[in-house]
Structures are given as structure tokens and as C-alpha cells.
Design a protein around this ligand. Structure first.
Ligand SMILES: [Zn+2]
Ligand SMILES: [Zn+2]
Length: 337
């Protein structure tokens, strides 16, 4: 089968023929139709983070397709089902995190497109217990971005505690941000979208943002303070400076949710203001299987819009460049059909 493979962190991905996977115990093989490009895939391919992925690696944790083969003891899905293969590719199912609805914190977890081969291929293997079932009404090309960008921001909005009377600031409008603002609107909040690119802010407006701020044209902290300060801010931009702005834009008692993972790992966090203003800081990593099911249900009910552009897997390196240079409005999805 054809796949995009990382051999070294310093070289481009190579499109090559590799062996089609065979399902083992509890595993399935999925014929991929659509495979989203998440910024994490670029960090994985570059080995940007403290914990390095396996090599060689087939990236991708937004793979959606049809179950073609099921291994022994698979009861969750059957051949012909459409499924999504998310970042949480495997968890132990027995530790205190797994049994308390915090499976994304499981210490035994294996991540798709990082420690397990992912969706940048014609076929991908997955653990049946950890795939999401895609409802019939959901298009596979829309399901792909929901599998990481959707579930990650849905969870982040949950973690922010956003309520109908709240002002929620979304820092970074792109693959994640365009979904985050919709979930904050569904929660009933008033939403401020912050970005550096006008086209992305126009998009935010179309998707329901109440206010937009271009961080190049005005100081987002001042602009949000004028609105009374944010009850919650969600950091989706891969820049520590944007995290610092999000912190300073909070009102007293506000919550800052960390989601993006900048290659530059540190930010300045003032202790005095955090304590005196009663600020809560929360890290939020992807979402559980339940969160993903809720994300698909909301989309099937017509409550969210997914913006994406198709690309061919052969153009994976150019697609990475487009995302790194912020030249795409929302998500890129590889068409594997
Ligand atoms: Zn992702
Ligand atoms: Zn566990």
C-alpha cells in the first residue's frame, strides 16, 4: 500500500510502498478515505517535542475510513462500518484514569501517528476499542477534522467551564480555533476570536464569533479588557506570546485552558497576579471516546460546520509548508479515495 513515511526528523516525508497491515487481537484494518493534517503531525515529523515518536513513522491521527478486516475478539465494530482513528489509539482500560473518564491521561496509552502508525496511508491498523464510530449522516471529509481538531476543542470548551453569560476568548483561529468558537457558542457564551490573519477572522465572524481582534492591528489584551475581560481563554496558537496574552486577557477568577503545544515549551507566568486574581490554569489533551461520540452527534445534528480543503497525499510536504506558513484557512484533509 502507499503511505507517507518519516524516516528522519530532518528530512521530508517519503511516499513509498509499504506492507499492508494485518489485524492482531482486538485490532482492525481500516481502508482510509480521508486523513486530516493536524499541526501535531508536523511536530511529530520534525521530532519537536521532548518525547520523540517511533521511526520510521506513518503520521496522522485524523484517519477516517471503512473497516475492511477485523482481528480475533473484536466486538465493537464490524466490516463495513465507518470509523475514525483518533490520537488516543490505545489505553489500558483498567487504571484509575481509564475507569474514571480520564482515559486520555492513561500512562499506558499509545498515540496514533506517533507511537503507532497512523492515517497517512491507504490502510491503517487500529485497536477496535479506541476508534470512533462515524454516524451515517457525517461526511468522511468532515469527520476527519472532527477526530482531533473537533474533539480537542470540544473538550477544551468543557474544561473552560464556559456558561451562557461568559465571555470566551479563542486565541488562534485555524483547524482547531474554527471548531472551538462553535463549541463555545453552543455552550451559549459570547465569543472573541483572536488571530493575526484577517481572512481567518472573517471566517470566525461567519461561524458566529461575536468579536474579532487582529493581534497585529491592536493589543488583544486591551481589547478584551475593554469588553470586561475573558471568563475563559483557550490557547490554540503555537506561540508562548499568545499564551501570555491569553493569561493577561482574563478577568478575575478566569480560566486559561492550554491546548496548543508550541515547540518553544516555556512562557512567563506571573505568580502574584495568578494568586491575587484567583486564576485557574488547565491543561487539556484531546478528548475521550465519549467526547468524540458527542462531537459526531453535534455534527450529525447540523450544529457545527467543518471547513477543510482537500490535498493529495503525494503533496504532503507542500501541505506541511502551507500549514506552517498559516496559508490555509482551516483544515487540510488528504483525499485517499
Ligand atoms: Zn491533532
Ligand atoms: Zn489506563
Amino acid at each position: 500500500m502507499k503511505a507517507a513515511v518519516v524516516h528522519e526528523f530532518t528530512s521530508p516525508l517519503r511516499i513509498e510502498e509499504v506492507a499492508k497491515p494485518e489485524p492482531g487481537l482486538g485490532e482492525i484494518v481500516v481502508k482510509i478515505e480521508a486523513s486530516g493534517l493536524c499541526h501535531t503531525d508536523i511536530h511529530a515529523a520534525h521530532g519537536d517535542w521532548p518525547v520523540k515518536p517511533k521511526l520510521p513513522l506513518i503520521p496522522g491521527h485524523e484517519g477516517v475510513g471503512i473497516v475492511e478486516m477485523v482481528g480475533p475478539e473484536v466486538t465493537e465494530v464490524k466490516e463495513g462500518d465507518r470509523v475514525a482513528i483518533p490520537w488516543l489509539g490505545y489505553a489500558c482500560g483498567a487504571c484509575k484514569y481509564c475507569v474514571s473518564g480520564e482515559e486520555t491521561l492513561c500512562e499506558q496509552q499509545l498515540n496514533t501517528g506517533y507511537f503507532l502508525d497512523g492515517g497517512y496511508a491507504q490502510y491503517a491498523k487500529a485497536f477496535a476499542k479506541y476508534v470512533g464510530k462515524v454516524p451515517a449522516q457525517v461526511d468522511p471529509f468532515e469527520a476527519a477534522p472532527l477526530t482531533c481538531a473537533g474533539v480537542t476543542t470540544y473538550k477544551a470548551v468543557k474544561m473552560s467551564g464556559a456558561r451562557p453569560s461568559d465571555l470566551v476568548a479563542i486565541f488562534g483561529i485555524g483547524g482547531l480555533g474554527h471548531m472551538a468558537l462553535q463549541y463555545a457558542k453552543i455552550a451559549g457564551a459570547t465569543v472573541v476570536a483572536v488571530d493575526l490573519v484577517d481572512e481567518k477572522l472573517d471566517l470566525a465572524k461567519q461561524l458566529g464569533a461575536d468579536y474579532t481582534i487582529n493581534g497585529k492591528a491592536e493589543d488583544p489584551v486591551e481589547a478584551i479588557k475593554k469588553l470586561g475581560g475573558a471568563d475563559a481563554a483557550i490557547s490554540l496558537a503555537v506561540s508562548p506570546r499568545a499564551f501570555e496574552q491569553a493569561f493577561r486577557a482574563l478577568r478575575r477568577g478566569g480560566t486559561l485552558v492550554f491546548v496548543a503545544l508550541p515547540a518553544d515549551n516555556y512562557m512567563q507566568l506571573p505568580i502574584f497576579e495568578t494568586v491575587l486574581n484567583g486564576i485557574k490554569i488547565v491543561g487539556s489533551i484531546v478528548g475521550t471516546r465519549l467526547d468524540l461520540a458527542e462531537v459526531f452527534d453535534l455534527h450529525a445534528a447540523g450544529k457545527t460546520h467543518v471547513l477543510y480543503e482537500k490535498r493529495h497525499l503525494e503533496d504532503v510536504n507542500q501541505a506541511f509548508e502551507e500549514v506552517e506558513q498559516a496559508r490555509v484557512p482551516a483544515r487540510l484533509v488528504f483525499d485517499m479515495t
